[in-house]
Design a protein around this ligand. Structure first.
Ligand code: GLU
Length: 292
């Protein structure tokens, strides 16, 4: 199977920027004859009712999807199995560092602040026993490489830093980077279209896919929506959700299609003229209408 996907976190309402990314993921998948799947990333940050609202907003802009909606909370055994495989391959170690210790430690050259410097990589069994009495361990990947390259339809070959990133948090919750990779592989997803805020995570995820024996997907990290001040669009910017725009008589679909340089009233109509090569390369600046 060959599929694309949209994978929202049910932490609140989708705004026009999220809906625009969802529409792009749909267009990319359908244009290439792929299935389109929805996966709810509900391991963390769940707001009651948000999932239903998100799905209803996706439907309202005319998106359809194949098969039932998948939820990460149902897939814990798959993440555990992937960690166990990596453990068997000697690629996992326990880490007892606090966030603060990591930020205060010197990072390896060319790695961004917050990258894991490998503090717990070489702990002895006795040291680990000792540290376990202080706090539960997170599990980290022994990455063994400092950079990894991915193929991106917008950014070309993109090589980015990779550190010994977390696979399972100290509280036992599977880390986002692990869950995404396991899900994409299990669901036959070979095309990932999402916001370019996640471009720097892609090398980690592609490395992990490779270590788990699957080919990384092809990526397209699309420009985000920004507010007038040039910051990432957020709910606090005002009229940005479907309901808020509808209350001001603004057709969100038309607005989004226009921002992509496309004309049409349904996603299927947009497919006729959608061409990834002609997608605006710049972020979409959206100035939410003010309440009169
Ligand atoms: N759940 C993530 C988000 O809402 C997206 C993850 C992904 O597309 O890989 O930001």
């Amino acid at each position: 199977m060959s599929a694309g996907r949209f994978a929202p976190s049910p932490s609140g309402d989708l705004h026009v920027g999220n809906l625009r990314t969802a529409l792009l993921a749909w267009l990319w998948a359908r244009r290439s004859g792929r299935d389109f799947l929805i996966r709810v990333e509900d391991l963390d940050r769940v707001r009651p009712g948000a999932e239903q609202q998100q799905l209803s907003d996706l439907r309202a802009i005319g998106l359809d999807w194949d098969g039932p909606v998948e939820r990460q909370s149902r897939r814990r055994n798959r993440y555990d199995a992937a960690v166990a495989r990596l453990q068997d391959a000697g690629r996992v170690y326990e880490c007892f560092c606090t966030r603060r210790e990591i930020l205060e430690a010197p990072t390896a050259p060319h790695h961004p602040p917050g990258s894991y410097p490998g503090t717990c990589r070489g702990l002895s069994a006795a040291e680990r026993d000792d540290r376990r009495t202080e706090r539960p361990a997170a599990l980290r990947l022994r990455a063994a490489v400092a950079v990894f390259a991915i193929e991106d339809e917008i950014h070309g070959t993109y090589e980015g830093p990779v550190d010994d990133f977390v696979l399972r948090r100290g509280d036992g919750v599977p880390a986002y980077n692990l869950a995404v990779v396991v899900d994409d592989a299990d669901q036959g997803i070979d095309q990932v279209v999402r916001g370019d805020d996640l471009l720097s995570s892609a090398p980690r995820q592609a490395l992990l896919a490779t270590l788990l024996g699957t080919a990384p997907p092809t990526y397209a990290h699309v420009p985000l929506a920004l507010n007038r001040a040039g910051q990432r669009l957020a709910k606090r910017d005002g009229a940005v959700t479907l309901a808020e725009l509808a209350a001001r008589d603004i057709d969100a679909f038309e607005l989004i299609a226009g921002s992509l340089g496309l004309a049409g009233t349904t996603p299927t109509e947009l497919l006729r003229t959608f061409d990834p090569a002609r997608l605006p390369a710049e972020p979409w600046v959206f100035d939410p209408p003010r309440q009169c």
